[in-house]
Each structure stands twice: as structure tokens, then as C-alpha cells.
Design a protein around this ligand. Sequence first.
Ligand code: SAM
Ligand code: SF4
Length: 332
Amino acid sequence: MVSPQATLIDPFGRSINYLRLSVTDRCNLRCTYCMAEEMTFLPKQQILSLEELRDAATAFVELGVRKIRLTGGEPLIRRDILKLVSSLAALPGLDELTMTTNGVLLPTMAQPLKEAGIARLNISIDSLKADRFKQLTRVGELDQVLQGVRAAKAAGFAKIKLNAVILAGFNDDEVLDLTRFAVDNGLDISFIEEMPLGEISSHRRHDTQITSGHIREQLAAEYQLLDSTETTGGPSRYVQVANSDSKIGFISPISNNFCDSCNRVRMTAEGRLLLCLGNEHSLDLREILRTWPGDSERLKRHIIQAIGDKPERHYFDPEQVDIVRFMNMTGG
Ligand code: SAM
Ligand code: SF4
């Protein structure tokens, strides 16, 4: 029997207390840096059921995971997502349940999500110009996401953070506008360096790379940025915008490797436990969940064993695609 005190410590002494749980690989947008134009999605039977997702999450929480972020694909298009949220929010020992969404469905779902138990929300938005937003997402309507942000504010989440992937030549001229939008609305914002996950055709990732350092320089021209030690348990390094409630985060997987403080693992919608975003190695938890349904002890033993294989760090080279999996498979 797995000791009730067992926690997840990897071979490099890092304590794993954060799970990113992808609930679907499907999405209602097609962001150019995230997906190819033509995508093949997983057949439904390969996707974990709500019960399987809950059983896996329960095992992680019993092993010391304190924070779960639901992601995808687009988590809000998963049927019965609110049921899953309610069941996870009730897990004893889980401190925080959060979600990353593209915001399209928030106008109707923000309030029910809050009531079901989502504490904090990340909303991805890469441009405030409608035509450019459509170009970056291939099909998206900016207005829906802006309405989604308003609905999330009205629902009263403890914190809302915007996420923006900045691509040189596409939206790097909007760093200040996006920040102003966040500050004016009392929101935080994180700027994310594009990662070379999956083979895309819209641009060469090498040409669109822009570092967090460069973005910070742009911001410093307009805002006084105060270094902050605050962390939300994720990879963002934060600065506080002086005289405002907003923080700006930088997620720098390319320019500033943050692996030494990594506290997280990911589970894909088909139940693959990924120990590192930048490595393909994974453990098939679906096989265990389906062969021995309800055997949480066995599941926990396998998870503990898998953590022993967590790599020390990722190596990303924007010149080449080392990781064939797209970000919608991985979950942000
Ligand atoms: N669909 C939801 C959304 O867009 O917020 C959740 C899933 S999405 C994969 C999670 C985050 O990953 C988003 O903020 C998205 O911008 C980011 N992302 C997707 N592909 C990326 C890439 N290649 N490099 C860096 N970030 C990426
Ligand atoms: Fe969908 Fe999110 Fe990927 Fe955009 S980044 S295609 S919204 S999963």
C-alpha cells in the first residue's frame, strides 16, 4: 500500500505539487503557433471520461498535488466540464483549481464556472485588433473574447490573468496596448515566448522569436516595473506595475530556462502523463485506469514510479521541431 504520507519528489529534489490536466485536444480556434491548419483530433473513445479524469486527479491530490489547472485544447468545449469542475473542486486537500481558456465561451460560462469552483482564470488573447486576432486564430472573433473578459470580471474570480504569445512581426507592436488593457481592467498579464511544439506551416518559428527581455524593455519605456517575488506556482516571473493592481509575468522557456524550480507535470486528454513539456517521454495512465478501474493504489504506485523519470530540464531549439506534439495536445 502506498503510504498516506507519500508525496511526489523527483530525482532532482523538486517537489511536484501542480498538475495541468488537459480535458480535450479539440478547440474552437486554430491559433497559428499552436496548431496546423488541418488537424486530426483524437477519436472520442481515446479521450478519458469524466470519471477517469476525476480518478486520475484524485490520485495526484492524494500524492500531494495542491493545484490543478484545467486546460486543453479548449477546456470549455468539453461536454459536462462544469460537472468535472465541481467534482475536482470538492477534492479534499486540493488548494486551488484554475483554468486556461481562450475566452470564447466565457460570456455564458464565466458565472457557472466560478460557482462550480474555479478560483482563478487565465484568458489567452494575443491581439486587440479584430482583423489580426482573426489572422492569428484563423477563425476567432475578438469581440467574443472581450465579452468573455467582461463576463469573467463580473463573475468575480479572485484573479484573472491574460496570456499573450508574442510573435515578432505579427503582434510585437501590441505589447504596450495589451498591457494597458490589462492595467485598465485590473488584470494581470503574462507574455509567453513561443515554443517549438509541433510542425506548423504559417511561419518559421525561428523568424518570430522574441525574448522576454526584449518585451520587458518595451514595457519599461512606459511603465515603472517593480521586481516582485510573488509566484502563482507556475513558470511566470512577475513584475508589479507601479501604482496599479496589475502584475506582468514573463514565461521564458527559450531565453530563461526555469526548469530548476519546476513543480509540475501534465496529463494529456488521452491520459498520457508528461513529465516535461519539452520531452516526449510519457506514461500511459489510461491503460492503468481502464485495465484496473478503481484501483487507486496501483495508479498511485505508477505515478510515483514515473516521477522518478522526470528529466532535469528541456532543451528547445526554435530552428527545429524536436517535439512533434502540438500544444493543444499538451495543454498550456
Ligand atoms: N485553448 C486554451 C487557451 O488558448 O488558453 C488553453 C490551451 S492553450 C494550448 C494554453 C496556452 O498555450 C495558451 O495561452 C496559448 O497561447 C499557449 N500556446 C499554445 N501554443 C504555444 C506555443 N507553441 N508556444 C507557446 N505558447 C503556446
Ligand atoms: Fe486553441 Fe488555445 Fe491552441 Fe489557440 S492556443 S488553438 S485557443 S488550444
